[in-house]
Design a protein around this ligand. Structure first.
Ligand SMILES: [Ca+2]
Ligand SMILES: [Ca+2]
Ligand SMILES: [Ca+2]
Length: 408
């Protein structure tokens, strides 16, 4: 894992806000139409299964969705099945956010008294929230709730797994503001589209920008950092031999995929009651393929026809015929693999990845935040209730991405 010190150094050398903004517009403003237009990453991809399917409906955030395994069925998306949090009809397990009193760190940074927004103040507030959450957690457990994850940066909340019949007991606990349903997120199943052009940001008129010094978080199924598109050897045997639960010495992080985390583990599936509790590990290698495609589209270096990594350079006159996999839009950017999906199904862990992207070292100071975050699927299409932690996390993350949130 990249260290705090390395992160600080990395971000101190980040490009100007103008450059970041240009890339932000290029990557997020055009998503998903451009970001999903992957430069043929499926060709020669040695790692996870290749979701070679026709492009279908862009995915959305919905309260609860049954995800078809399109690799087997090629099916489209199924109907939405809202989570019934407020009207328990049977005693089943549900995942909910316990929203607590006290503002999140990001909210304090934005709306707190001007005299309480210094870096030291925010760090102290983060520690205060941790202490308060530690005090609340035994009370949650006393009514049978199993804590899954805590949030303090973008929201002050604890996510728990609990019997639906105990929700009123949770609401009645001191310090609990409300109980919100968890918005389950379905993985995208948009297929790849060959990319044959040169990104407009490479043009001299757009600043001849290739992503130098920019950090891009890919919130998805992970990234196959052994792939030649990210400077790896592209050896299928190496991928097969790689244990996805641990980081073998010298394998990760790489010069291109410089950090990340697996928030869930490969067996995780938010829709499978036997596997809906995350088992995080340090190795965010892809086990499915989608995140690798997205990362390649965003910042892959390009793979030449002989299978080797393209070493550069990138210009508006680049001959694309020399590539098996064309370069991404920002081929010199750094990638972070924020793995929120297992190998199957859907996830509840998008907010956890957003928290990480907003404050990678978790100290309450946003100076080390990633410059750009690409989420799959598009949160614009969320139909979850506004005001819940996920929505809040997305909004806060966007403000961070556009440098609107302080913290320093
Ligand atoms: Ca490994
Ligand atoms: Ca893993
Ligand atoms: Ca930080």
């Amino acid at each position: 894992m990249i260290t705090k010190r390395q992160l600080g150094k990395r971000f101190r050398t980040s490009p100007s806000p103008v450059s970041r903004r240009a890339l932000h517009v290029a990557l997020l403003g055009l998503a998903p139409s451009v970001l999903w237009a992957v430069p043929g990453c499926s060709d020669g991809h040695h790692g996870p299964p290749d979701p070679t399917v026709p492009a279908v409906e862009t995915p959305s955030l919905t309260p609860s969705i049954a995800l078809p395994d399109f690799r087997k069925t090629g099916a489209g998306l199924t109907a939405k099945q809202p989570v019934k949090v407020d009207q328990p009809s049977q005693d089943k397990m549900v995942h909910v956010y316990i929203v607590l009193e006290q503002p999140s760190v990001a909210r304090l940074a934005r709306t707190g008294p001007p005299g309480l927004r210094s870096a030291a103040d925010l760090k102290r507030h983060a520690e205060t929230l941790s202490a308060l959450q530690s005090a609340v957690i035994p009370k949650l457990q006393s009514v049978g709730a199993k804590p899954i994850r805590t949030f303090r940066v973008l929201a002050n909340a604890v996510r728990v797994r609990v019997l639906e019949s105990r929700l009123d007991d949770l609401r009645a606990l001191p310090g609990v503001v409300r109980v919100d349903p968890v918005t389950r997120v379905r993985r995208s199943n948009v297929g790849s589209v060959p990319f044959l052009g040169v990104p407009s940001v490479w043009e001299p008129a757009a600043g001849n920008f290739h992503g130098e010094g920019v950090s891009i978080g890919i919130i998805d199924t992970g990234i196959d950092y052994l792939h030649a598109d990210f400077g790896g050897a592209g050896d299928p045997a190496a991928f097969a031999a790689n244990d996805p639960t641990v980081i073998e010495e010298g394998t990760f992080p790489t010069a291109k995929v410089v950090g990340g985390y697996d928030f869930v583990g490969d067996a995780y599936d938010a829709e499978n009651a036997d596997h809906d509790v995350p088992e995080p590990d340090d190795d965010p290698i892809d086990c499915y393929g989608h995140g690798t495609h997205v990362a390649g589209s965003a910042a892959g270096t390009g793979v030449l026809l002989d299978g080797s990594t393209y070493a550069g350079s990138y210009s508006a006159t680049l001959d694309m015929k020399q590539f098996r996999i064309g370069p991404g839009m920002a081929p010199k950017a750094d990638l972070y693999s924020l793995k929120v999906f297992g190998c199957e199904g859907s996830t509840n862990e998008l907010p956890a990845a957003l928290e990480w992207a907003a404050d990678p070292n978790g100290d309450g100071n946003f100076d080390d935040r990633l410059d750009v975050v690409n989420m799959s699927p598009d949160p614009e299409r969320s139909d979850g209730p506004r005001g819940q932690p996920l929505d809040l996390a997305v909004r806060m993350a966007r403000r961070l991405a556009t440098n609107k949130v302080g913290g320093a």
